[in-house]
Design a protein around this ligand. Structure first.
Ligand code: SF4
Length: 324
């Protein structure tokens, strides 16, 4: 009998397991996912598609439209992408590779031997050459969190294992990156204006609606113009880039952490025991599985509002993998 194919360990999968093993079980062992995609994921994915298209000489607008149906979502991402292009037009980055998918052995740091159980996978946003000639790993994020100077957002990055994993992967693929350039774009909090309900409308003596009320819903074009103007007026509110160092010691620590975590996941797989972490149910966001976490029949029943898929790493589907 041939050995089973190795499983794929990604940063996202590891983060899911660390947050709540039960969530990891539902998502990565059973393949259950919510049918609807949240705004954060829709916007982040479309923004990445636009950047990749621009880096590869394709049409960013078409790339944004590929996965978005809602014209207001389209308008939001188009304004973010346009603002990002303007903000960093003079940064002097040369894109060496973009959307670089990797599939690498996961190695025991003590013995140097790879495990046959796991492969290390992921997608690096880009490898870029900085104006001073150094190669950097470019990591792009969209967020609604505060990333003003001194915010907690930046402190956490120095501990972020994703960056260490991606530096390890980039070097394994032959890109001798010396630093990480972290690029953050704020997801605008602006939402389309709705018409004022008829009963709530108030009029001036000469029959005009009050200035803060509307007779009609805002159109996607009006919304796009409003978001674009807000981004243009406050570029430092919407965009930031910082360099983050990764020392050899950080990478060694990351290799040890990866090994311990794969062993822990294996222990749960062997024991068929996936404990819950109620501390992660609402923080930092409401868990996708809150409504079904208590169900006893999820091994066989797919609850309403969810889909079950054999592909538990959709971000890697169709990617041209590089690795050893
Ligand atoms: S609802 Fe809470 S316990 Fe259940 S999977 Fe989500 S985080 Fe874990």
């Amino acid at each position: 009998m041939s050995a089973p194919a190795p499983q794929v360990l990604t940063h996202t999968r590891l983060a899911c397991f660390r947050a709540c093993p039960r969530r990891h079980y539902l998502r990565y062992e059973l393949g259950l996912r919510p049918e609807a995609t949240g705004l954060a994921l829709r916007v982040g994915s479309a923004f990445h598609r636009a950047l990749e298209a621009a880096a590869k000489g394709r049409d960013p607008e078409a790339a944004i439209a590929e996965g978005l149906d809602d014209p207001f979502d389209l308008a939001l991402v188009a304004a973010m992408f346009d603002g990002h292009q303007r903000r960093w037009a003079g940064a002097g980055l040369e894109v060496v590779a973009s959307e670089l998918a990797f599939d690498l052995p996961l190695v025991n740091p003590a013995s140097g031997a790879p495990t046959p159980i796991w492969r290390l996978g992921g997608v690096i946003d880009a490898i870029v050459r900085l104006p001073d000639g150094r190669l950097a790993l470019l990591e792009v994020k969209t967020t609604s969190r505060d990333f003003s100077p001194g915010a907690e957002y930046w402190l956490r990055l120095h501990l972020d294992s994703q960056l260490s994993i991606y530096v390890i992967a980039a070097r394994a693929l032959g890109y001798e990156v010396e630093t990480v350039l972290y690029d953050v774009t704020r997801r605008p909090a602006l939402r389309p204006f709705k018409a004022t309900p008829v009963k709530a409308r108030k009029y001036t003596k000469d029959g005009r609606l009050y200035a803060n009320q509307r007779a009609q819903d805002e159109t996607p074009e009006e919304f796009a113009a409003r978001v674009g103007a807000d981004i243009a007026a406050k570029p430092e509110h919407y965009f930031a880039r910082i360099e983050i160092a990764r020392l050899d010691e950080d990478l060694e620590e990351c290799r040890r952490d990866l090994w311990i975590q794969q062993q822990t996941i294996r222990a749960c797989q062997r024991g068929r025991a996936w404990y819950r972490n109620p501390g992660a149910c609402f923080e930092p966001f409401a868990c996708d599985y809150l409504a079904v976490c208590q169900h006893r029949d999820l091994d066989t029943q797919t609850p309403a509002g969810f889909v079950r898929s054999d592909s538990v790493h959709p971000e890697l589907d169709g990617a041209a993998m590089s690795g050893g």
